[in-house]
Ligand binder design. Structure first.
Ligand SMILES: [Ca+2]
Ligand SMILES: [Ca+2]
Ligand SMILES: [Ca+2]
Length: 214
């Protein structure tokens, strides 16, 4: 009887983990330690499970002519707001621009990756330990707006932002000198009202956005 109960419990645990294959401890794999966290904190339900993934946090789609050309200075920033580091090898940006995160890339807690149209512009310009990666050739950010998708290594979508320069989106980032900055973790970054133009000329690549200051 006891054996049957144990095996039933084990079966339901395994099916719980299969339904919500979440890398709870952010170590890059879903395994027994995630199962233990799942059971101790969330029981057998996936409801309320946190998702530890980065977010698209800043878009510099039309640098001002004072700063230079778009080809030199465009960037997209993603931010890991979690207390866990994240394995991001094989993740991609798609649609507006294409870029691939190299295998074995580890994103520290509370850190940033900058995808730059021209990485040489940002060499030595970013805070230490900011990961700097290139757009793949021939992609760029349209000045009228488009969709940026952040894809997991398996190709599924983690996050997307369709930015614009009107319809509730701030227009200053469209060549006025500032970037488009996400207001932070309590704002849905899909919505225009969750974005503001940066206080800093050229934005805040690799650093906290203007609206996050205390
Ligand atoms: Ca420009
Ligand atoms: Ca542009
Ligand atoms: Ca920033």
């Amino acid at each position: 009887m006891k054996t049957i109960f144990t095996s039933l419990l084990l079966t339901s645990c395994i099916s719980a983990l299969a339904q919500c294959p979440v890398d709870l401890n952010g170590n890059g794999t879903v395994d027994g330690s995630d199962l233990l966290m799942l059971l101790s904190s969330y029981g057998l339900s996936c409801e309320g499970l946190p998702i530890y993934e980065p977010k698209i946090s800043e878009i510099h789609y039309n640098p001002s002519t004072e700063q230079g050309t778009d080809t030199e200075w465009e960037f997209v920033e993603i931010y890991n707001p979690h207390e866990f580091g994240l394995q991001l090898g094989g993740w991609k940006l798609a649609d507006a621009i294409n870029a691939t995160v190299p295998n074995e890339t580890y994103m520290e807690p509370n850190s940033y990756i900058i995808f730059a149209n021209d990485t040489t512009s940002y060499l030595g310009e970013l805070p230490p330990f900011t990961i700097l990666l290139p757009f793949s050739s021939s992609s760029n950010l349209h000045n009228g707006g488009e969709t940026i998708r952040l894809l997991r290594a398996d190709g599924s979508e983690s996050n997307q932002v369709t930015y614009s320069d009107y319809n509730g989106w701030p227009s200053e980032p469209d060549g006025g000198g500032s970037s488009l900055e996400w207001r932070g973790t309590s704002y849905d970054n899909l919505l225009p009202e969750s974005w503001v133009s940066s206080n800093a000329f050229g934005g805040s690549p690799g650093s906290a956005n203007s609206a996050w200051a205390d």
